[in-house]
Design a protein around this ligand. Sequence first.
Ligand SMILES: *Cc1c(COP(=O)(O)O)cnc(C)c1O
Length: 463
Amino acid sequence: MTTDPRSLYSLLPSTDRLLNAGEFAGLLADFGHTQVVATLRQMLDDARAHIRQHQRLPAWCDNWAQAAATRLRDGCRQALRPVYNLTGTVLHTNLGRAIQSDAAVEAVSQVMRAPVTLEYDLDGAGRGHRDQALAALLCELTGAEDACIVNNNAAAVLLMLAACGSGQQVVVSRGELVEIGGAFRIPDVMRQAGCQLMEVGTTNRTHLKDYREAVTGDTGLLMKVHTSNYHIEGFTKSVSEQELVTLGDELGIPVVTDLGSGSLVDLSQYGLPAEPMPRQLIAAGVSLVSFSGDKLLGGPQAGIIVGKKALIARLQQHPLKRALRADKMTLAALEATLRLYQYPETLARRLPTLRLLTRSAGDIQAQAARLLAPFTARFGADFQVAVEPCLSQIGSGSLPVDRLPSAALTFTPRDGRGSTLATLAAGWRSASRPVIGRISDGRLWLDLRCLEDEAGLMETLLS
Ligand SMILES: *Cc1c(COP(=O)(O)O)cnc(C)c1O
């Protein structure tokens, strides 16, 4: 049965009538005339479109004030929303990588509220440079002579190459011409930086003599790239930084390394797989080492370059540095994060990334066991809820092969249907604080490694 659309259109209220209705007084006070009118106009447009398509009024026309309130509240919700990361990937690039320490949050909040000594030297009342304070800390933590900070490690690699290798040849092993997620490929970055790439060796094997034979009078740099997001096994050979530095010293050519993640502490002391440390490469004589601020370091998004004074000075003076420089909030968060490393005894407690990575499987298992009963009570009718062992990943290309033993709550639909599972996952993604899990093997997995706010999760999903 269809209704004449014209009679339906005539049922729509006018903006004025709605605005004068008593129920709108609260909305006008909270959101103001401009936003309320714009929302009502949009709702009327939507209602007319609905009538055209379906020959009936949309259901929400029963209560305009309530529908307007929902739209206005959704409209002022931040696009960047906090979520529960129960994917099992600790440094999840799509979820913003490292969560920040309390110290970093406090430091950022202070520099946001007041003028700060960003490029201001209080002693001489002259102009300092913005990386200075951090450079001293980074030198202490890595053994380097100086440091430079930019927006991310991709920018750091671009700046190193542009400032030290532009118009020259840069020698890299074929096995290290990596692509990092998001279309960052070493050969493309080389081109952008104005360097000529000289590939040496083969995908699986590169020898010192390959580098030696590639060097010409136009060679500006020998480069190593840490193959952070993949791993080649079997018949392989690569040249260590140490060996390359010996060759570089002999030929008078600097060696630079894109380390990717890089850890400032020896992770094996925490029972984690070892990851190369900037300090080791600096000790081996590498001239410049770049790494990310928000991967294993556990700080804000930033690119850090440490190394020899003369080369860092070239980076600082290059025009690209001005375009890629970090802002005061990044620098404040990074400084606070680096200061935590000065107190190694409390690092694993105060640095969230390390705290999450070092959670024991037993601890996570106990948490899963605590949550099993309340989740079964709530979801047990439609899903078989269980505690299962699982393996977390570090993420962000760090230590790609290694997995950390963990525990998950799993939800298997009793009707065996994928659509039931997808509906559950979608419902949780639209929760007041979205809960992000992982579907695999016909179940929804909530890896609890990154769950610190247990009460909050229960409130979100069970109340
Ligand atoms: C992650 C990574 C990058 C890019 O670092 P961002 O901080 O994400 O820009 C570059 N090189 C390597 C080897 C990496 O692992």
